[in-house]
Design a protein around this ligand. Structure first.
Ligand code: ZN
Length: 137
């Protein structure tokens, strides 16, 4: 589906659970949830901690530093908005704070080596959505 924003790639649905995360990316901050009881840090905006089950949490600002943990290269166009990017690389980044997330590398069609150190960069794609991507550190 192509949203009315003119951005032809899929966009996240911003809701009350993830709004703080997306407000952070607009300010070029990578915000994560930290458990008040066991200090487990998570990328997902679950209301409860997947480690201990606590619902007490607070937001932290991650460093944006991480390591390429895995990658794949897409050769099939699942979304028309990616047609001019083909083939494109999707990476799994393990942040220094622990969580892993899927992302794209900036201007990279050749897969990075596993273990490559990376730094988050922020790309505003609509007025509401700024995506987190990564580039070699
Ligand atoms: Zn916990």
């Amino acid at each position: 589906m192509i949203p009315s924003t003119g951005h032809a790639k899929p966009l996240p649905v911003i809701d009350r659970h993830n709004r703080t995360y997306w407000e952070g990316t607009r300010e070029h901050e990578l915000r994560l949830l930290a458990c008040d009881d066991c200090n487990h840090i998570r990328y997902q905006t679950f209301s409860t901690c997947p480690h201990c089950g606590s619902d007490r949490r607070h937001w932290i600002c991650a460093s944006g530093n991480g390591t390429v943990w895995s990658w794949t290269r897409f050769h099939k166009t699942y979304f028309p908005g990616f047609a001019t990017d083909m083939p494109y690389v999707v990476v799994v980044i393990e942040l220094d704070e622990g969580p892993k997330l899927f992302a794209n590398m900036v201007d990279m069609r050749v897969p990075p080596k596993i273990g490559t150190r990376v730094k988050a960069v922020f790309e505003a794609v609509t007025d509401d959505v700024t995506l987190v991507k990564f580039k070699p550190a």
